[in-house]
Design a binder for this molecule. Sequence first.
Ligand SMILES: *Cc1c(COP(=O)(O)O)cnc(C)c1O
Length: 472
Amino acid sequence: MQYVSTRGHSGRKQFCEALLEGLAPDGGLYVPETYPRVDHATLDAWRTLSYANLAFEILSLYVGDIPSADLKAICAKTYTPEIFGKPDIAPLRKLERGLYLQELSNGPTLAFKDMAMQLLGNLLEYELTRRQENLNILGATSGDTGSAAGYAMRGKKGVRVFMLSPRGRMSAFQQAQMFSLQDHNIHNIAIDGVFDDCQDIVKRVANDLEFKQQYKIGAVNSINWARLLAQVVYYFSGYLQAFERGPAGVSFAVPSGNFGNICAGHVARMMGLPISRLVVATNENDVLDEFFRTGVYRARSRADTLETSSPSMDISKASNLERFVFDLVGRDAGRTKALFDGQLRERGGFDLSGDPRFAEAAARFGFRSGKSSHADRVAAIRDTWERYHTVIDPHTADGVTVARTHASAEEAMIVLETALPIKFAATIKEALGREPDLPERYKGLEELPRRVRVLPPDARAVKDYIAEIVTS
Ligand SMILES: *Cc1c(COP(=O)(O)O)cnc(C)c1O
């Protein structure tokens, strides 16, 4: 399997090249040249596999440049009950007839991002060791990505992480979780500013090509193909578990921000997994809901991006949408480039409402969408507690809210659980009048010593700090 860019100018790449590069050199996103098809007999044979072996089978279809035995060992060491807290890694939990939660947040940082980031850590260590290279990962986080990256890369050979976060603006639990990591290859940097300042600094450093090359700066953001591929696995796992229980169809509802999570569902469906519908759930930042309802994609300005109580979905544009639009326009790279490199950059968006392919998109690709508000979120948390004695986090609550508007009696609707409630205690307290339970293994976390460097919102200061660490 080889990879091409959605913008068509980066040649064909092997899996590990796409893994290390992240973004394609022409600014597009890497996608597989074709989607391998999984037939019914194969799907049937996968029913009894462990999660790690299922991951291996799916990855094998996409990874041509890692020997099979090595890939299998990487999957086996990633998806263990010790790391993911449950024997079956991503189990379904039934709420009521036809409505399930898929637990994806029992990993080290209690958000679904661990599902992919843990694999990425092991793949990077493997490939960097093989090439005898080093990588300095630079990223910005408002919470979940940063800690998932830190916990996935801690102690990994050849990798250092420099993670910028807005000083004092993450939840207490998120700060404790990130900053208590004592590993010498993890460097947390608290920026005196907001998340956008952090992101601007990352962009400015990455645009300094000389610095980028000299210090081998890389990224692990959600546009990395390897992260998306890791996520494809739990759609297969969720489908197979629901199918066991005998409904006529299986749909997924996915709390969405950058469209990374649900894009993996799209890939699974393109591979032939018989997913009935893929329901995109947004919060008040409804860029994606607007796109799927109207065909108009309108990136928001900074001022129009709201701070909500499901903060990991507070996005101004959905960076992974380009992969879906590439498929929507018949894999026409010229058209995709004109939309994302032309109209989006010049006019802040584009309009596909007049394109007959957009009109057919719901039927062809199964997408539906909806949005949720703070009041919906609080009501869903309360209702899910009262009816099922289950506490869900605010993002998962957006999924449950939107799932209900698209549920049908004959089908199973699986809501992907994107974080555990303890990460967002304030909203849980508002909904239930009490704080969520702290999982046993996190008791005392907030008292641990912290390792974090405070820097001003200035790219120069961050570059100097990186240079100091790398050359010391
Ligand atoms: C990252 C994140 C999301 C959004 O996922 P995307 O892949 O960006 O669509 C939703 N909920 C939580 C808790 C997250 O951490």
